[in-house]
Design a protein around this ligand. Structure first.
Ligand SMILES: NC(=O)C1=CN([C@@H]2O[C@H](COP(=O)(O)OP(=O)(O)OC[C@H]3O[C@@H](n4cnc5c(N)ncnc54)[C@H](O)[C@@H]3O)[C@@H](O)[C@H]2O)C=CC1
Ligand SMILES: CC(C)CC(=O)C(=O)O
Ligand SMILES: [Mg+2]
Length: 362
């Protein structure tokens, strides 16, 4: 009998539905190649939730996710919904609550440079020669995006905007374990990012990370302030193996790491809870500047689906096959606009053509 997994499909806004369509074609191909079925239930989220059901995160969507083995998420947000009260907007009203409700505290963002794309990286070729492979492990349910107090208080010019950066010992411990366990399967190096020269939450972060590190004597730990890390990432990214950071630092550094690989459209992510449940989404957003044109890069969404197979469904062979198909298509010279350099052998393609080529390679 073939295996079956329930997947909640939340395409969202902007380029979300466009790139999701291609990831779903890839899942179709995986079903044909392997004895597996992905039972997909579509649900509204973000601006689509507001437009269709009056809420960024409708209860029906939460229930569909609760009844699933994993969530495949596109992206949310855009100018259309920016004038709504902050807590009703797609990002604060849907994405952050989803992460909290499902306890998705560990966000893995692998920034890998494909050999065919060294020319598309924002770094000089000599800096990335031989490629690099960095894993950003970002804490996803704590820190300044979630802690209270938060909000805008007062009236007129007396208003104060408040955000709080707060981390508890267990929150730091569990994400540190994720980083060290990941490092054990890689080059056994963790760089913990903080701002311990200024922030109290970072002083605690550094102390707790040091304590957890003692359980992993085979992994080398170093610390780096976030401002220096932002610089070192573009200066010499190969010095990093696993980068461990709190929520906001990881948000910023992972976008930076994405650009080293060629484009934000290349960077997938897995947001994991305890156990096998996870939400899988591109690291980038809804890209309103190119939405509706059919030109977005679907690779981040397709590689996110691959991470879903790897982390939630233990389908390592199928995940490797998807990653291999992406690499093969890049080696053939196919490029969406964001990674197109007009070099010999490159062919500019749209979202659909890129998705079809990856399916064919699979
Ligand atoms: N997980 C999510 O749903 C996220 C949502 N957002 C939201 O998305 C909206 C737009 O935010 P921005 O700051 O513009 O960030 P963005 O990540 O949407 O776009 C930044 C730049 O990267 C490009 N880009 C992103 N993904 C691409 C892809 N697959 N192919 C080709 N190019 C791609 C865009 O065209 C744009 O030039 C906002 O409402 C923001 O809050 C932002 C980040 C994450
Ligand atoms: C709403 C934001 C925190 C989304 C984002 O930028 C991200 O998760 O990378
Ligand atoms: Mg981000």
């Amino acid at each position: 009998m073939s295996k079956s997994f329930k997947v909640a499909v939340l395409p969202g806004d902007g380029i979300g539905p466009e790139v999701m369509a291609e990831a779903l074609q890839v899942l179709d191909a995986v079903e044909k190649k392997y004895a597996v079925r992905f039972e997909r239930t579509f649900a509204n989220v973000g601006g689509a939730g507001i437009d269709e059901e009056g809420k960024a995160l409708p209860q029906t969507t939460v229930d569909i996710c609760k009844g699933s083995d994993a969530i495949l998420f596109g992206s949310v947000g855009g100018p259309k919904w920016e004038s709504l009260p902050p807590d009703e907007q797609p990002e604060r009203g849907a994405l952050l609550p989803l992460r909290k409700i499902f306890g998705l505290y560990a966000n893995l963002r692998p920034a890998i440079i494909f050999p065919a794309l060294t020319g598309a990286s924002s770094l000089k070729e000599e800096v990335i020669a031989g490629g690099f492979n960095v894993l950003v492990v970002r804490e996803l349910t704590g820190g300044i995006y979630f802690s209270q107090p938060k909000g805008i208080e007062g009236q007129g010019r007396d208003r104060v905007g408040i955000d709080t950066m707060r981390y508890t010992v267990p929150e730091i411990e569990r994400i540190t374990h994720v980083a060290f366990q990941a490092a054990r399967k890689r080059d056994k190096r963790v760089t913990s990012i903080d701002k311990a020269n200024v922030l109290s939450s970072s002083i605690l972060w550094r102390e707790i990370v040091e304590g957890v590190a003692k359980e992993y004597p085979d992994v080398k730990l170093s610390h780096m302030y976030v401002d220096n890390a932002a610089m070192q990432l573009v200066r010499w990214p190969k010095q990093f193996d696993v980068i461990l950071c709190e929520n906001m630092f990881g948000d910023i550094l992972s976008d930076e790491a994405a650009m080293l690989t060629g484009s934000l459209g290349m960077l997938p992510s897995a947001s994991l809870a305890q156990g096998s449940f996870g939400m899988y989404e591109p690291s980038g957003g809804s890209a309103p500047d190119i939405a509706g044109q059919g030109i977005a890069n679907p690779i981040a969404q397709i590689l996110s689906a691959s991470m879903m197979l790897r982390y939630s469904f233990a389908m390592v062979e199928a995940a490797d096959a998807i990653d291999g198909a992406v690499e093969a298509v890049l080696n053939q010279g196919l490029r969406t606009g964001d990674i197109f350099q007009d070099r010999p052998g490159e062919r500019r393609v749209n979202t659909k053509e890129m998705g079809e080529a990856i399916v064919a390679a699979l």
